[in-house]
Structures are given as structure tokens and as C-alpha cells.
Write a protein that binds this ligand. Structure first.
Ligand SMILES: Nc1ncnc2c1ncn2[C@@H]1O[C@H](COP(=O)(O)OP(=O)(O)OP(=O)(O)O)[C@@H](O)[C@H]1O
Ligand SMILES: Nc1nc2c(ncn2[C@@H]2O[C@H](CO)[C@@H](O)[C@H]2O)c(=O)[nH]1
Length: 432
């Protein structure tokens, strides 16, 4: 476990102690710190297209559109003929998130989903496996006869990405392949709302089983919302699932509006905190917001400039550490916001996965807290039951930094961790 982007070290974080056992790629619940993600396994087929191409095929821009196999095939072959396809990347919003977690934390994660039982060279499954970190444990995947999903990722000249999803066998994950004992010892369980649109498919039951397992074992549940029209079309079901199971909700500002009715991210976060414990809202060129709860008795005042927007002085207590609402004697809502790192890259060719990257950073910090608590249970860092190692403000810095890295490398999965020298983000970030 690498330390998640540090300020000045005040607490001992034992990362250099050698592990007593021989290393193993398979997760060992009693020994390892890891997170578990459940996803529809998807390979992203990346192509450059014009806005006219989207209009011609009647594809709403910026969204993830589930289409029937015939239509996806027609579009795919047209792109092949036009030589518009530039790459195949492993994708899936949670696959990306846990891969990025494993790269950032330099530690293990477990992927639950399906995989083609026989992988042919150049097949979607082949590309998926080639582009996934070896620290992502794929031993728990369910083998299927057909292909994993194919997500045609169309990048328009403005850098926006639009998906056409051809599911193939990606929704065949059965509840029998949910390993309760692995989820029970995880530092967090992460899932997206996408399976909720796979009506009548086995993955819905599998997801419910995993959510129930995580809740039963007090494993924090993290959910990302996916795409705006998914939220519009399944709003009631999502609200019910979030209220029942979810501790950390991640979404962009469009999804937040579809869920809460508020276009303003702070008001959307305030509303969402009525049914979950922490909210990450990414807002493109406006940066990101992280909001949640702390106990009024241990709140910490920010030394950053105090900002007002739709809520007055909203970031006043952003130096507090997040807690579950149920663990606070007197819950206080805390809000933090950050502008894009260095104002964002000079030129953005592809925004795909920037939000997933931010969530991976939050998960790293949550897992670091879990790790630290296991090895330093008497540390003052654990006098209260905190959800993360760092403060809201520090989490924002880290998440924002990771999103930037995804944007500059034009791919949703990190190929390497953040530069060592930036393990102290403070100097590198704030003084430029
Ligand atoms: N145009 C931009 N300029 C500067 N920073 C940006 C821009 N777009 C995105 N970012 C950075 O990336 C983060 C996440 O971006 P965004 O809100 O687009 O995520 P998203 O829509 O959830 O993405 P995805 O679903 O593809 O993962 C932002 O919070 C910001 O830090
Ligand atoms: N699981 C899942 N991921 C998706 C879907 N549509 C787009 N994505 C992924 O979202 C990622 C970007 O956030 C891409 O890498 C896509 O593969 C979907 O329907 N299900």
C-alpha cells in the first residue's frame, strides 16, 4: 500500500515494512488490503468521429447508449472502413476505477464480472486482459462462452466522448460468482449503476447479492452513477438502492441534476447527503466537489480562503475527515471544492475516464485508512470511525490530480502511478 499523496507526515504510515509472507497475486482476505469492484466487462474501441456521424446514427452525444447488436455492428464496420478506429482499451467504468486504484495504491483489487472462457488473439477479452494491471485479481471472474461487452467510444473534435455499448455476454454474471468471504474483508466495495439498466439479466441479482454482502459486513459501498439518461430512466430504483446500501456516491454534475433536480453541484450534494454519507461530484472544467459528514465536535476549520456560492462559507470545515453519518453524534455537512489541477491540460483530446480516475483516488485514501487502522489501531487517527485517511480538502487535491493525469494521457486507465516527487502534492501543486 503506497501512501496516498501526502502533506507533512505527522503519523507513522508503515509502508516500508516487508510483508512476512511470499507475495501472491491472488487476494488473501486475512492478509491483504484490497478493494472489490463489480462491473460489466467492456473493451473500449476508440474512434474519432464528427458530430455529423453521431447525428446520422441518431446517437445522443456525451452519453452511454445501449444499442442492439446489429446497430453496433453497422457502426463498427463503418468506422473500420473509414479507418477511424485508433485503439482498443480495457474499459468499463468500475474496471477502470479498480485498475487505477491498483496502480495508485500499488496494491491489490478484485474484479467481479465475466470473461470469455476461451480468449482469441485480438478479441475484446484479449484487449481487456492485456490492459489490466496485474494487481487486479481476476481469478474470481465467471467464464462465459461469448464475448465481453464492446463499447464503441466515439471522440468528437471537442474531446467529448460518446458510447455505443454492445453488451454481448457482459450481463451474464450470476449471483453464484459473488464470493461473500472476499467482499467481507474488503476495504471497500465499488459498483456502478449501469447494471440497473440490464433488465432481467443475471448481473442484477449478482449486484444485489454483492451489495447485501458488503452491507452485512460493514464494508463501505461506493457507487458511481454512469451516465445522465441512465439516472433519468431509473431514478426511483437508483434512489432506493443508494438509500439502502450506498455510503459514497460518485457522479458528474449532469447525473447529479438528474438524481436530485439541482443543477448547482453544492445544492445537489446537499440533497444527496440526505440519503448517502459522502458525495463526489465532478464538474468538468469547473473542477470537483467532495461533500460529506463529520462530527460537529471534531470538525476542523480550513485555512484556505473561505468560499461562498449557493451555500455561504461552504468550505469552512473542509479540513475535517469524512465519517459515516451514523457514526456522528452531531452530524455536520462538510463541503469542499477544487478547481482543475493547473487549470486543466492545455489541450484535452479525450475526457474519457477522468471521473473514474477521481473516484480511484478517493478509494485509495479509504483503503489507506483501512490499512493504517489494521497496523496502527491505537493511532489517534482512529479515535473516531473515519471513512478516509485524509481530510475533504486533501481528498479533493488528490482526486483532481489523478483526473488531470487521465486527461493528459488520453486514456481512461493509468499506465503508471503519480510521480514520486509529488507524493507531497503540496509543493508541486500549489506553488505553480
Ligand atoms: N475541460 C476540462 N478542463 C479542466 N479539467 C477538466 C476538464 N474536464 C474534466 N476535467 C477534470 O477531470 C475531472 C472529471 O471530469 P468530468 O466531470 O468530465 O468527469 P466524468 O464526466 O465523470 O468523466 P467519465 O465519466 O468519462 O469518467 C474534473 O473534476 C476536472 O478535474
Ligand atoms: N460498466 C459499464 N461501463 C460503461 C458503460 N458505458 C460506458 N462505460 C465505461 O465508462 C468508462 C468511462 O467512464 C469507459 O471506459 C466505458 O467503458 C456501461 O454501460 N457499463
Amino acid at each position: 500500500m503506497k501512501f496516498p499523496g501526502l502533506r507533512k507526515i505527522k503519523h507513522y504510515f508503515p509502508v516500508s515494512q516487508p510483508k512476512p509472507q511470499l507475495p501472491s497475486f491472488e487476494v488473501r482476505p486475512e492478509l491483504d488490503t484490497y478493494i472489490v469492484g463489480l462491473d460489466q466487462t467492456i473493451v473500449d474501441v476508440v474512434a474519432s468521429v464528427s458530430d455529423d456521424f453521431l447525428a446520422k446514427h441518431n446517437i445522443p452525444k456525451g452519453l452511454s447508449n445501449l444499442v442492439e447488436h446489429e446497430k453496433a455492428n453497422r457502426i463498427y464496420h463503418e468506422l473500420v472502413v473509414e479507418q477511424a478506429i485508433s485503439d482498443h482499451f480495457a474499459g468499463g467504468t468500475i474496471g477502470n476505477t479498480i485498475h487505477n486504484y491498483s496502480v495508485l495504491a500499488d496494491d491489490k483489487s478484485v474484479l467481479l464480472g465475466v470473461m470469455s472462457a476461451n480468449i482469441a488473439l485480438g478479441s475484446p477479452a484479449y484487449h481487456y486482459v492485456c490492459h489490466t494491471s496485474s494487481k487486479v485479481d481476476m481469478n474470481r471472474l465467471q467464464g462465459v462462452a461469448g464475448d465481453i461487452g464492446r463499447g464503441i467510444t466515439m471522440i468528437t473534435p471537442d474531446g467529448e466522448r460518446t458510447f455505443v455499448i454492445d453488451p454481448s455476454d457482459m450481463d451474464q454474471l450470476a449471483p453464484d460468482y459473488i464470493p461473500t468471504e472476499i467482499i467481507a474483508s474488503a476495504a471497500a466495495f465499488v459498483v456502478s449503476a449501469y447494471p440497473l439498466r440490464a433488465t432481467g439479466q443475471p448481473i442484477q441479482q449478482a449486484m444485489l447479492k454483492a451489495l447485501a454482502d458488503a452491507s452485512a459486513h460493514q464494508v463501505p459501498v461506493v457507487m458511481s452513477l454512469g451516465t445522465r439518461h441512465l439516472v433519468e430512466e431509473n431514478r426511483e430504483q437508483i434512489l432506493q438502492t443508494v438509500s439502502q446500501y450506498v455510503n459514497v456516491l460518485a457522479m458528474n454534475e449532469l447525473e447529479a441534476e438528474a438524481l436530485t433536480g439541482f443543477a448547482d453541484p453544492l445544492l445537489a450534494a446537499e440533497a444527496a447527503l440526505e440519503f448517502t454519507d459522502m458525495v463526489l461530484i465532478t464538474a468538468g472544467a469547473d473542477g470537483l466537489y467532495l461533500c460529506g459528514y463529520t462530527d460537529d465536535e471534531i470538525k476542523r476549520e480550513s485555512s484556505n480562503p473561505i468560499k461562498s456560492a449557493s451555500l455561504a462559507d461552504f468550505n469552512r470545515f473542509e479540513f475535517s475527515r469524512p465519517m459515516l453519518r451514523k457514526d456522528c453524534h452531531k452530524p455536520l455537512k462538510v463541503y469542499s471544492h477544487i478547481d482543475p489541477y493547473l487549470g486543466g491540460p492545455e489541450r484535452i483530446k479525450n475526457t474519457n475516464g477522468a471521473g473514474d480516475g477521481a473516484l480511484a483516488a478517493i478509494l485509495h485514501d479509504m483503503a489507506a485508512n483501512h490499512y493504517h487502522k489494521q497496523v496502527q489501531p491505537l493511532s489517534s487517527k482512529h479515535e473516531q470511525a473515519y471513512l478516509a485517511y485524509s481530510s475533504f480538502a486533501q481528498l479533493c487535491k488528490y482526486a483532481n490530480r489523478v483526473s488531470y493525469e487521465i486527461l493528459v494521457q488520453n486514456a481512461p486507465r493509468l499506465s503508471k502511478g503519480l510521480p514520486e516527487r509529488e507524493d507531497s502534492l503540496e509543493e508541486a501543486y500549489w506553488e505553480r
